[in-house]
Ligand binder design. Structure first.
Ligand code: AHM
Ligand code: MG
Length: 335
């Protein structure tokens, strides 16, 4: 039984022995992400003040000009992980290529690589709507003490050791899994501590919410169009409710709590959809499955897709198990 009111720090220590590998390295890594999350949260929360501070001729503490928040978040995550010398490599949605961190050093025994989307849903920042950060952790496949390689990052999602997100919403939450269920922690901003607020999070098997950018309807494949019509049909438990924030993390978070499905399909304009397999879909798929939900590209389990490039995009359907299976059925029938 998980006790509530415990802090994330306590939870990490207590659960260290349940990790597959128990050297403590993964715990330290999640601690570093916790720290980066607090720093980014602090900045996101004053987003609306940037112009006001700027107008007063102010700069930040280092005397630098204010930066775009997604660039800032990217730098903070990378800096935090680098400074603590905790990973051997990082790949970020904001960077063209992966970053090696002393991985060629023979004394460097760090085994993990991290993939991040430092600030997802960034088009929502300017309008004070929830955004998030997403992370995904793998063990490197190349030997320790040698430079990290592209293969260390191009692993299937089913090889993930941990994954999670931070949602900067009405409150800030860090939600993550190490393959043993999903737990959510809420930040108490007064003291800067995350508390276990949502132990053992699970998607309801069925739901009544569908989340999709319906403005693109005309460009969607037939199977998706048919499924959307199904959601809107007058039946016993339908029509479903449509909710689309346009921040994957927030849409996922709501659907996990209330029951729902998120869809970003391919379209006649974007042949592989929009979302990135490595930075967005795989970590959300790992969380979804750990929370008894499901994630698919319409035909294939997301975590079984073989990645071929760092910034690869895939169609993404994710959420309550029965809803995702229904959408897959429509995709198959439209073949
Ligand atoms: P981003 O990584 O550039 O922020 O894009 C990802 C975001 C998701 O969070 C969101 O679900 C989707 O893009 C929204 O896209 P659209 O505006 O096309 O509906
Ligand atoms: Mg993104």
């Amino acid at each position: 039984m998980l006790r509530k009111n415990k802090t994330l720090g306590e939870f990490i220590i207590e659960n260290q022995t349940s990790f597959k590998y128990t050297s403590g390295e993964l715990s330290r890594l999640i601690n570093s992400i916790r720290l980066a999350a607090k720093v980014v949260n602090h900045e996101v929360n004053k987003a609306g003040l940037v112009d006001i501070i700027g107008a007063a001729g102010d700069t930040n503490i280092q005397g630098e000009d204010q930066q775009k928040l997604d660039v800032y978040a990217n730098e903070k995550f990378i800096q935090t992980l680098k400074n603590r010398n905790i990973v051997c490599g990082i790949a970020s949605e904001e960077e063209d290529s992966f970053i090696s961190i002393n991985s060629q050093d023979k004394n460097n025994q760090n085994k993990y690589v991290v993939l991040i989307d430092p600030l997802d849903g960034s088009s929502n920042i300017d309008v004070n709507v929830s955004v998030g950060s997403i992370f995904s952790i793998y063990r490197r496949v190349s030997p320790v003490g040698t430079p990290v390689t592209l293969e260390d990052f191009l692993q299937k999602g089913n090889q993930q050791v941990a994954a999670g997100y931070i949602v900067y919403g009405t409150s800030t939450m860090l939600v993550y899994t190490t393959g043993d269920g999903v737990n959510g922690f809420t930040l108490n901003p007064a003291i800067g501590t995350f508390y276990l607020s949502h132990p053992n999070m699970e998607f309801p098997q069925d739901g009544h919410i569908y989340s999709v950018n319906e403005g693109n309807y005309i460009h969607f494949p037939k199977g998706i169009k048919d499924y959307i019509k199904y959601c809107q049909m007058e039946e016993e438990d339908r029509p479903y409710t449509s909710r689309y924030i346009g921040s994957l993390v927030s849409d996922f978070h709501r659907n996990m709590i209330k029951g729902g499905i998120y869809l970003y399909p391919k379209s006649s304009k974007t042949s592989d959809g929009k979302l990135r397999l490595l930075y967005e879909c795989n970590p959300m798929a790992f969380l979804a499955e750990q929370a008894k939900g499901k994630a698919s590209d319409g035909f294939t389990r997301i975590m079984d897709i073989e990645p071929t490039e760092l910034h690869q995009r895939v169609p993404f359907i994710c959420g309550s198990k029965n809803m995702v299976e229904k959408a897959e059925e429509f995709m198959r029938n439209a073949q």
